[in-house]
Design a protein around this ligand. Structure first.
Ligand code: C2E
Ligand code: MG
Ligand code: MG
Length: 460
């Protein structure tokens, strides 16, 4: 008998050690505040009308609260905690009335000044399923039983916290692996181009927009186009954005170049509206840099462009990265709301590479997010990137956003994405960025379904 108990204890400690190793891997206990979690606790408080919401992670002896809504709590003893109950249950716990629960009636639950009469808690798991923490909503009054979809919502919110942990862990691992080899495009003369070179290019109409199709993965149907700028340099040939956009951003030339890009995209949409049998059916997404976004009057400028070109606002999309938004968050939010009101789609680009992704995703009115190419690229190489993509998809599903996977190059990547429920994609597997004339031919295809051979029609 004693031997059985010992074996059980051994098993418990083995499990606990593995759990603690997983927790350490996220580095979450070393960090003080994690603003991304605040978006989750706030959302939970609003959705459940909860008095207090806590998100905490447990080490051997204590539960460390990393985000709280309502009562500000930093830490709690682990012994007898709700975390312990969730761990034992290996799943969520709902207690509508603590006094009516035979196992809990004798205990008095207090969260600082607040006496707790109801709570519900869902596990926050690591990518390999270990319970690292819990998300708990507390009420000072008994509540009615939780409906299935409410419980699902609580679990989804806990999954969002898990996604944040995953992104965090991946970033830590990437940082620990040291600097990645520089992309060839970045190894270039740092002194070129200068501001006058960019000005000349603009005056002499050396910039062109290429377009890369975005497709519905299941059918290969073109659902949109992304405008990608190129510089047709008379001596240096066709230059990719990495070779001149950084200089344009630093010199401020990105503003006139960006204006040109936006109006050129609108002009091209107008032309397609005239040429295609289904007018107003093409949507083009234009990339915006941080300085374009920070400038006053962006939304008015876009509105004027739409009026002038006569295209429908649903035909224009704007892509921006998180970093363009964080410098001045309130202004950014106003601009985005204004753009959204115009009917322009908003897409968060390179999702997963910036910091506190969830915070921005939740705070800003985006229609879609684009999973960064680096995750798609490594998806077939191991569990970790695959799990990241899966959690991003889950996150988007809960927030009701579309997802476009960037940089799909192989059938294997396509298949994985499709199985995980990713609806849209973009990448060399379907088509490279192409000049407008080539794209026009693709837009004439029956049903706009890209044949397998379209990827070879590259003019880049
Ligand atoms: P982005 O917006 O993330 O655009 C996607 C980039 O991934 C494009 O690079 C595209 O050619 C590339 N790509 C697409 N599919 C694949 C694939 O399957 N494999 C690989 N390896 N790459 C793929 P590109 O055209 O060089 O543009 C790079 C970045 O430059 C863009 O990243 C965007 O941030 C910026 N950019 C492009 N055009 C503009 C513009 O008009 N204005 C501003 N401000 N930035 C622009
Ligand atoms: Mg983009
Ligand atoms: Mg991108």
């Amino acid at each position: 008998m004693a031997q059985v108990e010992l074996a059980e204890q051994d098993f418990y400690w083995q499990q606990e050690e593995a759990r603690l190793a997983s927790l350490a891997d996220t580095g979450i206990l070393d960090s003080r505040a994690e603003p991304a979690f605040d978006a989750i606790t706030r959302l939970a408080a609003e959705y459940f009308h909860a008095d207090t919401v806590l998100l905490g992670f447990a080490d051997v002896g204590r539960v460390w609260i990393k985000s709280s809504w309502g009562e500000p709590v930093r830490e709690l003893p682990r012994r007898g905690s709700i975390f312990e109950m969730v761990l034992t249950e290996d799943g969520p716990i709902v207690v509508p009335d603590t006094k009516a629960d035979p196992q809990l009636a004798q205990r008095r639950f207090v969260c600082r000044r607040l006496e707790i009469h109801s709570f519900a808690s869902a596990p926050v798991r690591s990518w390999d399923g270990k319970i690292l923490g819990v998300l708990t909503i507390f009420g000072s009054q008994p509540r009615r039983r939780m409906a299935q979809d409410e419980l699902r919502m609580l679990e989804s919110l806990a999954d969002m916290a898990a996604s944040q942990l995953e992104l965090r862990r991946l970033r830590r691992n990437l940082e620990a692996a040291g600097p990645q080899p520089a992309r060839p495009a970045r190894i270039r003369e740092t002194s070129w181009p200068r501001q006058p070179d960019l000005r000349t290019a603009l005056e002499q109409r050396q910039f062109v927009l290429y377009y890369q199709p975005e497709v519905e993965i299941a059918t290969r149907r073109i659902v949109g186009l992304e405008a990608l700028i190129r510089w047709r340099h008379p001596e240096r040939g066709l230059l990719a954005p990495a070779e001149f956009i950084p200089a344009a951003e630093q010199s401020g030339m990105i503003l006139p170049i960006g204006d040109w890009g936006l109006s050129e995209a609108c002009r091209q949409i107008q032309q397609w509206n005239r040429e295609l049998s289904r007018p107003n059916s093409v949507r083009v997404c234009v990339n915006l840099s941080a300085p374009q976004f920070a400038r006053e009057g962006l939304a008015d400028h876009v509105e004027a462009l739409l009026m002038r070109s006569g295209i429908s606002s649903s035909q224009l999309g704007l892509e921006m990265t998180e970093s363009s938004l964080i410098s001045d968050k309130p202004t950014a939010l106003d601009v985005l709301k204004h753009l959204r009101k115009l009917g322009v789609s908003l897409l968060m680009d390179d999702f997963g590479t910036g910091y506190s992704s969830l915070n921005h995703l939740h705070a800003f009115p985006f229609d879609a997010l684009k999973i960064d190419r680096s995750f798609v690229n490594r998806m077939t190489e191991g569990d970790q990137p695959l799990q990241i993509v899966r959690t991003i998809l889950e996150l988007a599903r809960v927030l009701g956003m579309d997802v476009v996977a960037e940089g799909i190059e192989s059938g294997a990547q396509q298949q994985l994405l499709e199985t995980m429920g990713c609806r849209y994609g973009q990448g060399f597997l379907y088509a490279r960025p192409m000049c407008a004339e080539t794209v026009t031919q693709l837009l004439h295809l029956p049903g706009r379904i890209l044949p397998e051979t379209a990827a070879k029609a590259q003019t880049d």
